[in-house]
Design a protein. Structure first.
Length: 132
């Protein structure tokens, strides 16, 4: 019986360590800039969704245009980094990024997406969608 108790006592630090490390790994911020660099002009909507899987996402539509936003919150939870993927007919035409302070009570950037201003879209998108 003493051997079993010693084994349990020795395993507790390992169990807590494994739980702690797995929790840290799953909550660690992703690299929005690195993911954004994977998105290339001409990619399909499905390809983009595969790349940004796991991020908070918001979609906005205007005619044949789609603006797909995704984001991450920094380690301290006070700033959200956002990317907007501009698409026409479900094909990537451009990508823009912005950062914004996130209230300290809100640590999820997903509820803080900006309203899409189609006037700020890249020139190619505005031309194809006939936006002034």
């Amino acid at each position: 019986r003493n051997t079993a108790m010693k084994t349990v006592k020795l395993l507790w630090p390992l169990i807590f360590g494994a739980i702690f490390l797995s929790g840290c790994g799953s909550t660690a911020p992703k690299d929005l800039d690195g993911v954004s660099m994977q998105i290339q002009r001409g990619m399909s909507y499905r390809q983009v969704l595969g790349i940004i899987d796991g991020y908070p996402v918001q979609r906005t539509f205007r005619g044949a245009g789609t603006a797909v936003q995704f984001c991450e919150t920094n380690v301290w939870g006070d700033t959200g980094d956002y990317a907007v993927i501009w698409m026409v007919n479900d094909v990537v035409e451009g990508l823009t990024q912005y950062s914004e302070r996130v209230p300290t009570m809100v640590t999820d950037c997903g509820g803080r997406f900006r309203k899409i201003d189609w006037g700020q879209a890249p020139a190619d998108v505005k031309i194809k969608l006939d936006i002034d």
